[in-house]
Write a protein that binds this ligand. Structure first.
Ligand code: SF4
Length: 209
């Protein structure tokens, strides 16, 4: 939703948020069009995307609700609709017999694979950015992600900027290069991750500089 106020009245913080707001609208439109193409709601599309990507999170309603930042009943209703459409099925969790896993059917996998391409127009639009500027932009966005996570606006984050394994690389290397203690290798800007399965949440966070 667009901000109604005259942005000239605001400082740089509000202008950054206004820009993110417009970008979020554009990406939301891409997702909504894809969902409509396949007769899905936005929440149903997001659930298919998470299941297609694979864990984390665990393929369970509660974990998905936390990940999507919505209420449990919203996910339960969406999973029920996906089940009626033949796109998911429920199976006993092999790690915990009291729990059920949500699993994509073959039809669900096909739609999820097509839906995963919904961001291609945005990626093409960004492809002409100078590589150094693209790295700067990526670092800045990871810093935004970190701060939104700290402010509990993004409850779940698996980015390098919120990970306990991220360390500053020894001084002889570029200040832009960090190091991953889990993989034991350097992370130049382009190697930083937005969603890493090995992520470990840290108590005190340090911004990427
Ligand atoms: S474990 Fe993953 S998220 Fe954490 S620092 Fe290494 S690459 Fe980044």
């Amino acid at each position: 939703m667009r901000m109604a106020d005259d942005e000239r009245q605001h400082g740089i913080d509000a202008k950054i948020v206004a820009a993110l707001d417009v970008i979020g609208d554009a990406l939301h439109v891409l997702a909504r069009r894809t969902a409509e193409t396949h007769g899905l709601s936005s929440t149903q599309l997001r659930i298919l995307a998470y299941l297609h990507h694979g864990p984390p999170p665990r393929a369970q309603s509660t974990a998905l609700a936390r990940e999507l930042n919505v209420a449990d009943p919203t996910v339960s209703d969406a999973v029920g609709a996906l089940h009626r459409k033949g796109l998911v099925e429920r199976r006993r969790d092999p790690d915990d017999g009291r729990q059920q896993q949500i699993v994509l059917t073959l039809a669900g996998r096909r739609i999820a694979a097509k839906a995963a391409r919904r961001t291609v127009p945005a990626e093409i639009a960004l492809s002409s950015i100078d590589p150094t500027q693209a790295e700067d932009l990526f670092i800045a966005l990871l810093a935004v992600l970190q701060r939104f996570h700290e402010a509990d606006l993004i409850p779940v984050s698996r980015s390098c900027t919120t990970c306990d394994y991220l360390t500053v690389a020894p001084g002889t290397r570029s200040a832009r290069t960090h190091r991953c203690a889990y993989f034991d290798h350097d992370l130049p800007p382009s190697a930083l991750r937005v969603d890493c399965a090995q992520h470990r949440t840290k108590g005190s966070l340090t911004a990427v500089s």
